[in-house]
Write a protein of this length. Structure first.
Length: 217
């Protein structure tokens, strides 16, 4: 069997020394190894949002993406068709993924604006879901989402400063994805004496998630 993994990188700092790249490696390494052990063909797709920047939502995009789903028979204008270019090139990658991995920092209590822009562009009617009188009907293959997160500050479970995980959980729940797992490297301020220890704990969590994903297939 195949395991399609879409890895979305939402950080401008993804060099070898960066905590998020180390965390991503700690996830992908065991995922590749466990897939090989289980005779699962891993099909990865990497998307760096700072190399392929999604546009923000425009009125033309809303008309082209949503009006045909809400108003049967509606034909998008030429400008609306143009506004759908990014979405039409990227939404199918999300729809065919079994696992979606979001590698992101938390800034000002939430995700980078570029990640929210990507979500707005790809979570639209079409390959991902259809809109019916009963609501949204998923058409995708997504089993779960994995969040690989870093932050300078230390966050506790249920921390009121965390606006990132509730927002991403809500976004995926909208399209019928209930399972969201998180490996969070907090306390990544260079001044913290326990910075490396915290990164190691997050790396161990990322490895465990990767192994569990394949074992549960």
């Amino acid at each position: 069997m195949n395991l399609n993994v879409l890895h979305v990188i939402a950080t401008p700092r993804f060099e070898e020394s960066a905590a998020l790249q180390q965390l991503a490696q700690r996830f992908m390494g065991p995922l590749v190894a466990r897939c090989a052990e289980k005779s699962v063909e891993l099909v990865p797709e990497n998307v760096s949002l700072y190399e392929s920047k999604p546009p923000f939502v425009s009125n033309e995009f809303l008309g082209g993406a949503w009006r045909p789903a809400l108003e049967p028979g509606y034909t998008p204008t030429r400008n609306e068709e143009t506004a759908l270019n990014f979405s039409r090139n990227n939404a199918p990658l999300l729809a065919k993924a079994d696992i979606v991995v979001l590698t992101t920092p938390i800034w000002l209590g939430s995700c980078p604006a570029i990640l929210k822009a990507w979500l707005d562009q790809v979570m639209v009617p079409g390959d991902l879901f259809e809109v019916t009188a009963e609501g949204i009907v998923p058409k995708h293959h997504i089993r779960e989402a994995v969040l690989l997160v870093s932050s300078r500050e230390v966050y506790k479970e249920g921390d009121p400063r965390d606006g990132l995980t509730p927002m991403l959980r809500a976004a995926f729940l909208t399209i019928g994805v209930e399972n969201v797992r998180i490996a969070w490297a907090d306390g990544q301020d260079d001044a913290r004496a326990d910075r490396e220890d915290r990164l190691e704990l997050a790396g161990e969590a990322a490895e465990e998630i990767a192994e569990e994903i394949v074992d549960e297939l």
